[in-house]
Write a protein that binds this ligand. Structure first.
Ligand SMILES: CC(C)(COP(=O)(O)OP(=O)(O)OC[C@H]1O[C@@H](n2cnc3c(N)ncnc32)[C@H](O)[C@@H]1OP(=O)(O)O)[C@@H](O)C(=O)NCCC(=O)NCCS
Length: 386
């Protein structure tokens, strides 16, 4: 790697260079003014990092300030996006240099977790990320949804003024369902979606739907329903477009009740994007998430090549729906995990899979059972791409 490479906070006068590297990396398209407006918010909050060679900006990445639901409790998370390296600088460790700075910035920001959608897994696995869940796009027959009923439920058109209400309704649903995975976006972003005339939003007492047209089909970005009646009413509202749209695509959980309500199963060509997770601060990440009502006492031996604070002997206690990771002397029975194994375990990957993939060693059969129960639960999913 060239000695002249340095990590910097991206400055406003470097945004044109970032845009050029992005175009060379992701292809043309996108609204440059919109992108710039959002980029400035990242800049102002120290969430846009770059790599320069002398004066020239050659790489960039930004961090979304998300929260993510983990077993019905919210955990702060740095959502890493737009990782790009100029083509002539690739293959010599520039992205790795940048991502190490991103991890450190997540530490500084106090995010216990970080997540991303990988275009290549190699880079991120080297740095301790592992697959944690999917983003599912199911396709239903619009005619099936149209007849779901819920006609007695009052719904009204929603607008930007409903953004806070939407966040509250989603929170209530995810707490109740003990959801893992869905992201909580900044309020401003939600207001922006509701201002967009291409999005159609409707709200009921205990739920809402946001959908839009997508290549002649309708696409549901999010549907939250606190009761069966509301679910029926909101899905049927979308399905009422059946005379024009044959198909309704929907980003939703694999365990969403809609799968148990529609007559025909979702199309077999369900689209899946996989996202990866990493612990930034293991004790904080464990303390912040929810757990099932089980009692677990297990010793862990963690090795984190990038963030030394996670490395060492730990004791995991889970009781009363909460967990705690406290420093402990290394024990012979401790389960040994690296950062990738820890991330995958946090997301509910069974210990048998972790062992078979070489991501876990040591421990005991009883400990495996206990951990599978503690970290198990509804399958993690994300609704949005970032
Ligand atoms: C992907 C990208 C960021 C990698 O940048 P880079 O500076 O070349 O990455 P590094 O040199 O730090 O590589 C780190 C590791 O990832 C591997 N890697 C990098 N690009 C890879 C690719 N496309 N496929 C497989 N492995 C890749 C490297 O081989 C290296 O692993 P190694 O040490 O075992 O050899 C860069 O190619 C790029 O900007 N691509 C276009 C945009 C993109 O895909 N961004 C990622 C969005 S998630």
């Amino acid at each position: 790697m060239t000695d002249s490479l340095r990590v910097v906070d991206v400055a406003e006068d470097q945004l044109d260079s970032v845009w050029q590297v992005r175009t060379r990396s992701f292809g043309p398209g996108g609204d440059r003014d919109e992108w710039r407006k959002t980029a400035l918010e990242f800049l102002d909050d120290g969430r846009y990092l770059g790599v320069v060679d002398g004066d020239e900006l050659v790489a960039a990445a930004r961090i979304w300030p998300f929260e993510q639901w983990w077993h019905g409790r919210r955990v702060q998370l740095g959502g890493v996006a737009g990782v790009v390296v100029a083509p002539e600088y690739r293959g010599r460790g520039v992205a790795s240099l940048l991502m190490r700075a991103v991890l450190q910035r997540c530490v500084d920001k106090g995010y216990p977790l970080t997540a991303l959608y990988p275009a290549t897994t190699v880079l991120y696995r080297h740095l301790g990320y592992e697959f944690a869940g999917h983003r599912y796009k199911f396709s239903f027959q619009a005619a099936d949804l149209r007849t779901l009923g819920g006609k007695g439920t009052a719904i009204r058109k929603a607008g930007p003024g409903d953004a806070e209400l939407f966040l509250q309704l989603a929170s209530k649903a995810h707490e109740g369902q003990r959801s893992s995975g869905p992201l909580i976006w900044p309020l401003k972003q939600v207001q922006g979606w509701l201002e967009d005339e291409d999005n159609f939003a409707y709200v009921a007492d205990d739920g809402f739907v946001v959908y839009n047209w997508s290549d002649g089909a309708l696409a549901v970005d999010e549907l939250i329903a606190g009761s069966e009646e509301t679910a029926r009413a909101l899905w049927a509202t979308v399905g009422s477009g059946a005379s024009i749209a044959r198909t309704v695509h929907a980003y939703c959980a694999p365990s969403d009740p809609i799968h148990l309500m529609v007559e025909h199963e979702a199309d077999t060509d369900t689209r899946i994007n996989r996202w990866m997770l990493r612990m930034i601060d293991a004790p904080a990440a464990i303390a912040a998430r929810g757990f099932p009502e089980v009692t677990v006492e297990v010793d862990l031996q963690l090795v984190d090549q990038e963030l030394a604070g996670n490395t060492g002997g730990w004791h995991l206690s889970v009781a009363g729906g909460a967990g705690q990771l406290t420093p402990a002397e290394p024990s012979v029975d401790a389960l040994r995990l690296g950062s990738r194994g820890l991330a995958a375990l946090y997301a509910g990957t069974p210990l048998a899979s972790l062992r078979a993939a070489g991501l876990a060693a040591g421990g005991t059969p009883e400990g495996d059972d206990a951990l599978d129960t503690a970290f198990g639960g509804p399958t993690p999913y994300v609704l949005d791409y970032f």
